[in-house]
Ligand binder design. Structure first.
Ligand SMILES: N[C@@H](CCC(=O)N[C@@H](CS)C(=O)NCC(=O)O)C(=O)O
Length: 208
């Protein structure tokens, strides 16, 4: 049985969503962020030395990093669903999105969040951060223009992995500048499995 080590209000929400989409049973272990620092509690370090979420355990394996977790769950428990056939061109596009979300797209958004806390001291960094945000969100918006999902005609793990990018964009109040991302966020957040995962995961400040 898959165990999801779930930190409240975090990226692990998308793992719950994935499991609800697939209808794969799982056990949820809850961890609460520190109210002041928003850091994970030390108990999470006992699961994985990084002490971050998401992390899952399954069949004697511990897997961290959400892209790797989504890939693992879909390959081992998906029964061919939520990913294009391996070896197809669509699979290469799908795999790119799985890596791109945390490898590139999240970086300027995280920098924006941290540098904001510096106030005036962070001002020299802001133009570069803003141009990178515009570069990445412009790219994602163009990829979604005229289509419902990132790969092919249906939801895949690529949308689930990229969902946090769209949600953080919304949390920063920037979705109106990116109408295709905005429509996609509204589309995936309306899915029954997404709503079910929200009920299970608890308060999530990135949902509308
Ligand atoms: N790139 C990693 C990021 C993991 C990550 O930083 N998770 C955050 C929650 S969104 C976390 O655990 N924060 C608590 C902490 O850093 O103590 C992934 O996608 O899994």
């Amino acid at each position: 049985m898959i165990v999801v080590h779930h930190l409240n209000d975090s990226r692990s929400q998308r793992i719950l969503w994935l499991l609800e989409e697939l209808g794969v049973p799982y056990e949820l272990k809850r961890y609460q962020r520190d109210a002041t620092t928003r850091l994970a509690p030390p108990e999470l370090v006992a699961v994985h030395p990084l002490g971050k979420s998401p992390v899952i355990t399954d069949d004697g394996r511990t897997i961290h990093e959400s892209g790797a977790i989504i890939d693992y769950i879909i390959r081992r428990h998906g029964g061919g669903r939520l990913a294009p056939p391996p070896g197809s061109d669509a699979y290469e596009t799908y795999n790119q999105w799985l890596h791109y979300a945390e490898g590139s797209a999240m970086l300027p958004l995280m920098l924006f969040m941290y540098v904001m806390r510096l106030g005036e001291a962070g001002a020299p960094l802001q133009p570069r951060i803003e141009s990178e945000i515009a570069n990445h969100l412009g790219f994602v918006n163009a990829a979604l223009a005229g289509r419902d999902w990132l790969v092919g005609e249906a939801l895949t793990g690529a949308d689930i992995q990229m969902s946090f990018v769209g949600e953080v964009t919304g949390a920063f109040g920037r979705l109106d500048a990116y109408p295709a991302i905005k429509a996609w966020v509204e589309r995936f957040q309306a899915r029954p499995a997404y709503r079910k995962a929200l009920e299970t995961g608890g308060a999530y400040s990135f949902a509308r």
